[in-house]
Design a protein around this ligand. Structure first.
Ligand SMILES: [Zn+2]
Length: 324
């Protein structure tokens, strides 16, 4: 696989942040030396210091308690409603499911189904009609068994949904007031053809709302080396989002401190792709490490590294601050 190295970071300023992040908070020691903190620095530190591993881990646990989250399994609405309630619990009374119909042939059988994206929004204070999007698919699939009965999907992609809900929680909890709106979307049916993102991106394009950036979380809990000095993430970007990915890599270097690799070879396989097809600047955050449990019944919480997930979650917070 061809990979573009966007940036390899140094560990100067970053170590401070990392050492405290792997504990519980990011800003135990945010002292940047003689540098003066900017307003954006202060907002980032406020959000980062409130990202909680236990909160992310709890959401991953709840999602993996469904025996399967396969998009064609009959419990998909139940899962969508549970995610809606998770948004409500962290302060988003406007959380709602958005249904669409999808047809799919699976193992020679035709399925016509209702699918359900789940949407929650933090309204912007200055330009509420403009939006930033954070999204993550909640369905899973397995290839070593029957996905209708068992598809736990902890890394893929309970981790991504949990990180997204944590961004939403932290923004609400801290009273962060973005100028433009932030819309959080738990996407259905990624594994059977990026169906949820295609539906949502299509409706978004039709609405005519200005879209600033789209961040997608896909599998953000897998690291093969427990030592954070080796932790690496990938930003999957499209033709129109290289500069977004590159700028995000710089933010990662400044605030988070894990290696960032850029990858455009997988752009058609993730939920950022349908957004880019509609002309929106979209990117996907994912672990750079291969997951031996990928699409198997062994994709379990015990193999997830939630400290790592919390760093990626923090990067999403920081990126939103800088694109407000
Ligand atoms: Zn998958």
């Amino acid at each position: 696989m061809k990979m573009t190295v966007i940036k390899l970071i140094g560990f100067g300023i970053v170590l401070t942040g990392l050492l405290s992040t792997t504990g519980c908070e990011l800003n135990n020691n945010p002292d940047p030396g003689n540098q003066k903190l900017t307003h954006k620095d202060s907002l980032c530190i406020m959000l980062l210091s409130n990202v909680r591993q236990d909160s992310i881990g709890l959401t991953v646990d709840k999602l993996t308690e469904f025996s399967s989250r396969f998009a064609l399994a009959p419990n998909r609405k139940e899962i969508a409603l549970a995610i809606r309630d998770m948004f409500k619990k962290v302060g988003y009374e406007n959380a709602a499911i958005d249904s669409f119909q999808a047809s799919k042939t699976w193992n020679g059988q035709d399925y016509t189904t209702w699918q359900y994206n789940v949407i929650a929004e933090l309204e912007g204070t200055v330009h509420p009609d403009s939006v930033n999007i954070v999204c993550a698919h909640y369905d899973d699939i397995v290839t070593n068994g029957d996905p209708f009965t068992h598809a736990p999907g902890a890394n893929d992609n309970a981790s991504g949904v949990a990180g997204m809900i944590e961004v939403a929680r932290v923004m609400k909890y801290t009273g962060y007031k973005p100028a433009i709106s932030t819309r959080f979307v738990a996407l259905a049916a990624e594994e059977i053809g990026l169906l949820g993102s295609a539906d949502f991106a299509g409706k978004l394009a039709l609405s005519g709302k200005p879209v600033n950036i789209v961040i997608n979380h896909d599998m953000i809990a897998k690291v093969n080396n427990p030592n954070y000095l080796f932790w690496t993430m990938k930003i999957i970007f499209n033709a129109n989002s290289f500069s977004l990915a590159n700028g995000t890599s710089s933010l990662c270097s400044k605030y988070i401190g894990i290696y960032v690799l850029g990858d455009s070879t997988k752009s058609r396989k993730v939920d950022s792709y349908p957004f880019s097809q509609k002309g929106f600047k979209a990117m996907s955050f994912t672990s750079a490490d291969s997951d031996i449990n990928y699409h198997t019944t062994n994709d379990l919480t015990i193999y997830c590294n939630i400290d790592y997930s919390s760093l990626i979650t923090g990067l999403s917070c920081v990126t939103l601050v800088y694109h407000d």
